[in-house]
Design a protein around this ligand. Sequence first.
Ligand code: FES
Length: 176
Amino acid sequence: PHTQTITLQVNGQPQTLSLDTRTSLLDALREYMDLTGAKKGCDHGQCGACTVLIDGHRVNSCLTLAFAAEGARITTIEGLARTPDPKAIEDLSAVQAAFLVHDGYQCGYCTPGQIISATAAIDEQRKGDLSIVSWHNGQSDRPELTDDEIRERMSGNICRCGAYPNIVAAVRAASK
Ligand code: FES
């Protein structure tokens, strides 16, 4: 294997590692940095359980080479709360708190990916990035996400338990 040294910026901390250049960002996080919040569901870009933010944009970390993320700002579920060691619901991000309040999970395996993805989806919407649904509906300036938009924007995150109604409720609440 071809091993090189890499420094990744993860949740505001520089992490210097010696990695095989073919290592996925997901494996780098889970196996080398002990950040196991991002989950390996399919390892093929189909389930969204591995979603993390790179410079604020959501990506499937299973499909991203760790080396491709060098120099970027990587945010995982571990870095989302308002405080580093959250003890109370007020310490969580708005999206995390909404998932708790609305029971937006069942087994919880897909939840870190769902929450990261929802965080980005709400951010995209606030920045006026039009979704396909609002484009089709001729709605260009929506103050809030509709449930259809939430489902469309969250469609890359699969929940095997089918907790979708509560996931949509959580995203709706957090997006207000
Ligand atoms: Fe990356 Fe499923 S593990 S999309």
